[in-house]
Ligand binder design. Sequence first.
Ligand SMILES: Nc1nc2c(c(=O)[nH]1)N[C@H]1C(S)=C(S)[C@@H](COP(=O)(O)O)O[C@H]1N2
Ligand SMILES: [Mo]
Length: 320
Amino acid sequence: MLIKKYQSLREAQVTDYPLYKRRRQFIQAGLALTGAALLPAVAEAKKGSPLTGKLPGVSRNDKYQLEDPNSWEEITTYNNFYEFGTGKHDPAKRAHTLRPGPWSVTVDGEVNKPGVYQMEDIMKWNPLEERIYRFRCVEAWSMVVPWVGFSLAEMLKRFEPNSNAKYVEFTTLHDKAQMPGQRRSVLDWPYVEGLRIDEAMHPLSMMVVGLYGRVLPNQNGAPLRLMVPWKYGFKNIKSIVRIRFTDKQPRNTWAVMAPREYGFYANVNPTVDHPRWSQARERRIGQGSLFSSKQKTLMYNGYGDEVAHLYAGMNLRKHF
Ligand SMILES: Nc1nc2c(c(=O)[nH]1)N[C@H]1C(S)=C(S)[C@@H](COP(=O)(O)O)O[C@H]1N2
Ligand SMILES: [Mo]
């Protein structure tokens, strides 16, 4: 039942929806790789990236299937990506200046195999799978998203972290030409995030390269972004160019910016409020109005059975 429902939904959204949308997108010259990836006319984008359009060989991970994912449009037009502006609709309009390919990721720090890895090669390492995860932003809204990607652990193991590797730090591209929002110092660029090594190696942690079976749109963090579904949205850093293994806790951008408001752990926790608002409830994007149908936020965003052991004995008010 669930599968059937999702398939028909996916059919409509993956195939018909972007096709239907494409003319308008074209006129707006807006959403870089979304539906536009289908078009031969977007030759420029294609030239830049070998990773356009429908991703081949994506299998469904049956462990992570949720009903009623948000629509393609909701997921690709309501974003946080300050490199393209601070408004929720800015990234969809402006992220076309990002060139998601050719792309490489620099790996350094406490590893046996540092180096510069090409995205094309990274794509060959692991089979792609689709996982439908809950996604909870610190601003008390949420979505359900069919991400495509692979296990972060499988990727990190390739680099052979050594015994000093207690944390992993991720860095976003820093390029004012491609990311015009970086001309303003709203954040300390480039955007940096980090995980403890055991969090990074947890099977739920994912490297995302796609959405709804297609290449990840620029506004969602093309060509490579993190997805750690039990943490607030800001941990899920986009357009990653560097992965560094360290023995010290990384200084993640939002925690540096506003240390009272954003911590390093950022686990979804309805009992620890943000200093300026409650985290007890959330608004599911696409359901009801701004003021209606708020639902309860779940501890660890509903993934507690799988991740609570990572934080056993820790004071979650201190380590928020
Ligand atoms: N580089 C970068 N990564 C980022 C952000 C950002 O501004 N820059 N915003 C974060 C926040 S606050 C959220 S909620 C999610 C939003 O992801 P989405 O737009 O795919 O929903 O991306 C996160 N990753
Ligand atoms: Mo967020």
